[in-house]
Unconditional design. Structure first.
Length: 210
């Protein structure tokens, strides 16, 4: 089985790949981790990971320019596990509202909007606690309520259906930290920067059978 971390010029894909390699070693099962910008690699993958930093619209444009937008949609329709990280998660939304309105993958109904400052610094940067939805999703196995993960973001995903929200964090308001719908999951935090808890989450994703 092959985990493909999508390389389209946004995000530190190699640090993400290294974290997945560490988690895959503990999971076993012969999982390999590759970084690729090729549509053919997505077709052969057992798991796909989409990272992203910067603006929603720029990430979408770069995916389209590299011919990866439609292959990612085909992969997501296959039923195999998909994970979006940071802007990679936000692209799963119906729409993004950064520098205008832009269409997302529309896999999870909702909008990506600017964080409200509410007296706090934006972007939201640093460690913050998770509040887990009940009952706990399999992706959160072994992760305690109140566990800390590392966040860096100025926009947030507002899900239309609260049943899609697996965990939240508080930053002046409740913010979607983890979402899941069918075979597609997303995290606003950076698991590759979240030490043991982040590796636990990655391992859970690799074991996940949606």
């Amino acid at each position: 089985m092959s985990v493909v971390v999508v390389d389209y010029g946004s995000g530190n894909v190699h640090s993400v790949a290294k974290a997945f390699e560490r988690a895959a070693a503990s999971v076993g099962g012969g999982l390999t981790v590759t970084v690729s910008d090729q549509a053919e690699a997505l077709a052969d993958a057992s798991h796909v990971v989409l990272t992203g930093v910067g603006a929603f619209s720029d990430c979408r444009r770069m995916l389209e320019a590299r011919g990866l937008w439609r292959p990612l949609k085909r992969f997501a329709a296959s039923g195999k596990p998909f994970l979006g990280i940071c802007v990679g998660m936000q692209l799963m939304a119906s729409r993004g509202h950064e520098h205008g309105e832009h269409q997302g993958f529309d896999w999870v109904e909702g909008d990506v909007v600017a964080l409200a400052a509410n007296g706090r610094k934006v972007p939201h940067m640093g460690w913050n606690e998770l509040q887990l939805a009940e009952p706990a999703h399999p992706l959160m196995a072994g992760i305690a309520n109140g566990e800390h993960m590392y966040f860096v973001h100025g926009y947030q995903m507002r899900c239309t259906d609260p049943r899609d929200i697996v965990a939240t964090t508080d930053y002046g308001e409740s913010i979607t930290a983890v979402l899941a719908k069918d075979n597609r999951a997303g995290v606003q935090f950076h698991p590759e920067k979240s030490q043991a808890a982040g590796l636990q989450f990655i391992g859970n994703f690799l074991r996940w059978q949606p």
